[in-house]
Write a protein that binds this ligand. Structure first.
Ligand code: SF4
Length: 715
């Protein structure tokens, strides 16, 4: 392997910070600055800086494990793969292909996500595949598709933020989730712009805001409608823009006008003067943006809520124009790419729809199969997990830890235990892997090459920097071996190469002509250009047509390759008529309102030193020292009612279960709300409590608001 510097990207969140890796004396790698990557310019949070710790042998899995006599014991790869093939084959024979489930992850590279979707549909023949990205940003994706005809996290690069006039940040604590991104917002303020943060907690991000609104959890939809009402009432609608570039305004306008500011104040707790001030700050500058994250999205009405925020942008002419627009701050490392290339229940590569005959024809041709042989759309993530042990008897799980991260987690843990067969591919023995019949240890970020797509829609190349340890194999090798065992030579004729660049070449062809068109992107370009924004179609005659020809931007010709698309919608939206669509949405309450028995609201989220289910970061000493365990954040008035002091254990009880964690008392949270981070298993598992009520469009569970009671724990 090279012993010089390897430029690559962080294994964790959707910022996909650039970093350089240098060999260390113990045979591993050390992270050093990579200032040439424009998103983070060398800055990293503690998670990225310490990521090599998970490469160490004492932390990660280094041998396949198979269950024997009730315990997991080391096995050879041949034995483990045979066991997986046997388990899946038995289920398929006895119960049919749809009894085999596949569950992926938003951390998988584009190549892995693509191969997993293909594996499920043409090797297993199952429709039952989805992934944990459904829990992340699917409501924003659904709302973006409805409004703009296209879903890409941000339709502009982060570097536009400092040059706009105002940003409303809705339900995002990026000071903790992606700290290097904060510099864009600091620069915005230095340039005279305004930052408005909407969050029921005074987070580290809210502390940076010029204006912080603290709505009751689950009421963001009412808040956005109230702001639009004021936009209309104060004559701030951009009538020409609405006429020229949108459709559906009258219905949306009528819905908003039913949400009087005083009514919205009663629902949200945000005062009318604050609503007016927000409208003034948002509308006065020439340019402005709204960015949402999990707060408004992880609700049973998340699609409508995001739609209402998009309405605000459209009514004021702030979408599809330079330095203005709506964007979603995607969470997981490849949450964006993961939803574009086929591991989502309803999708084929290139963001094609599985129920579109032309999409099926195109992808089936690339895969060399009959379009009619492709299964239809399957269940969404929570519905798939809820069906384990009943309709779905066996599960192949890759890069996810639903025992910690799924809503109503104790129930999902029971469903997983009731499976006939569970195979897990992971780097570490996660809480879910510990329940498996077979665990396959796989390579990680620094040990493998592959592409990811960050929250800006920028496709990036992660590069292999070190040789993986003996005993682990890549996810691509696993799929190749399983395809051979389950489908024989016929399956291998249809692909499943183990070289990621070969997979990417096929992905290019499969995505060509789709919404997320990667056909003009090559590994060569990614290495040369520090990433390329999709859509980036191949340009005929330039030599970079999809299919593995010479991939230099304009090989053998003067014609330039497509430059990629950093900014979307400047000329037209991706709808059939080029107009954006207003969403005619009205407020409705959360699925589970507080009552006498459960009088408090629970909201959940993240802390800076842990990532998602914590499977990796909980194994890093430095991160554990900074964030050793769960806690319950509560207001002093609520703490006083309970008689709880700082650090005392308190129990949070919902209709789904009970969690116990130390109290953290702060005036930075509403008195009617408690907060728990969700990174830990066991007694303090926040997702024991959360409500799996689903958004009707996105099928996103309502992680962000449920009714609980809080009790002092007697020692
Ligand atoms: Fe990694 Fe995200 Fe931290 Fe950047 S902000 S170093 S991508 S975890």
């Amino acid at each position: 392997m090279p012993n010089s510097v390897t430029p690559t990207h962080c294994p964790y969140c959707a910022l996909q910070c650039g970093m350089n890796l240098t060999p260390s004396q113990d045979g591993g790698v050390t992270v050093v600055e990579r200032p040439d990557f424009p998103v983070n310019k060398g800055a990293l949070c503690g998670k990225g800086r310490t990521a090599p710790a998970v490469l160490a042998s004492g932390v990660r899995l280094s041998s396949p494990l198979v269950r024997s006599g009730g315990t997991l014991v080391p096995a050879t790869w041949e034995e483990a793969l045979d066991r997986v093939a046997e388990g899946l084959t038995r289920t398929r024979t006895e119960h049919g292909p749809d009894a085999c489930g596949v569950f992926g992850g938003g951390g998988l590279t584009n190549e892995k996500a693509y191969s997993l979707g293909k594996f499920a549909r043409i090797v297993l023949g199952t429709s039952q595949i989805d992934y944990n990205g459904r829990f992340c940003m699917s409501s924003a994706a659904a709302a973006g598709m409805k409004a703009f005809g296209l879903d890409r996290g941000l339709p502009f690069p982060l570097e536009d933020i400092p040059r706009t006039g105002c940003v409303i940040l809705v339900g995002s604590n990026l000071a903790e989730t992606m700290p290097p991104s904060l510099r864009f917002f600091n620069e915005l303020k230095e340039n005279g712009g305004t930052l408005i943060v909407i969050d029921p907690r005074r987070t580290k991000t809210a502390e940076q805001a010029d204006l912080h609104l603290m709505p009751r959890p689950g009421t963001d939809l009412a808040l956005a409608l109230g702001l639009l009402h004021l936009v209309v009432a104060e004559g701030r609608v951009d009538e020409e823009y609405v006429r020229e570039r949108t459709a559906g305004w009258e219905d949306a306008r009528a819905a908003a006008m039913a949400h009087w500011p005083e009514y919205v104040e009663r629902i949200t707790g945000v005062s009318v003067p604050q609503l007016r001030e927000t409208v003034r700050l948002f509308c006065e500058p020439e340019h402005a943006m709204v960015l949402t994250a999990r707060g408004p999205e992880q609700q049973a009405k998340g699609t409508d809520t995001v739609g209402a925020w998009i309405n605000l942008c459209l009514a004021t002419g702030r979408a599809g124009r330079p330095l203005s627009g709506y964007g979603c701050l995607t969470g997981q490392g490849n949450g964006q790419g993961g939803r574009e290339h086929g591991q989502k229940a309803d999708q084929l590569p290139g963001y094609r729809k599985l129920d579109d005959p032309e999409a099926r024809r195109h992808v089936a041709e690339v895969w060399g199969v009959d379009p009619d042989s492709l299964p239809g759309p399957g269940r969404s993530a929570y519905e798939l997990l809820d069906a384990l042990g009943t309709d779905i008897r066996s599960l192949l799980l890759m890069g996810s830890n639903p025992v910690v991260s799924a809503p109503r987690a104790a129930h999902i843990e029971e469903r997983i235990k009731s499976l006939d067969f569970l195979a897990v591919c992971d780097v570490v023995l996660s809480e879910t892997a510990a329940l498996a019949d077979v665990v396959l240890p796989v390579t990680q970020w620094a040990e493998e090459t592959g592409t990811t797509t960050n929250l800006e829609g920028r496709v990036l190349l992660r590069r292999r920097a070190i040789t993986p340890p003996d005993g682990v194999r890549s996810d691509l090798e696993v799929m190749h071996e399983l395809a051979a065992r389950l489908g024989g030579e016929r399956a291998l004729e249809k692909g499943f190469p183990t070289d990621p660049e070969e997979v990417f070449e096929e992905l290019r062809r499969a995505s060509a002509g789709g919404a997320a068109d990667y056909s003009g992107i090559t590994y060569h370009r990614l290495a040369e250009e520090n990433g390329v924004f999709w859509p980036c179609p191949a340009v005929p005659g330039t030599g970079n047509a999809a299919g593995g020809e010479d991939d230099s931007p304009a090989a053998g010709t003067d014609r330039p390759a497509h430059p990629g698309t950093p900014r979307l919608f400047l000329d037209r939206f991706a709808t059939p008529d080029g107009r954006a669509r207003f969403a005619p949405v009205s407020y409705r309450a959360i699925a589970e309102e507080p009552d006498d028995e459960y009088p408090v609201l629970l909201t959940t989220g993240r802390v800076v030193a842990q990532y998602q289910s914590g499977a990796q970061t909980r194994r890093v000493d430095e991160l554990n020292a900074a964030a050793p365990g769960p806690f319950v954040e509560l207001h002093p008035r609520l703490a006083a009612r309970l008689g709880a002091a700082e650090g005392d254990p308190v129990a949070v009880v919902s209709r789904r279960g009970r969690a116990v964690a130390p109290a953290r008392i702060t005036t930075g949270i509403r008195p009617d709300t408690v907060f728990m981070p969700f990174h830990w298993p066991g007694e303090g598992r926040a997702n024991t409590l959360t409500n799996p009520a689903l958004d009707p469009t996105s099928r996103m569970p309502e992680f962000k608001a449920c009714a609980v009671r809080v009790e002092a724990v007697k020692s």
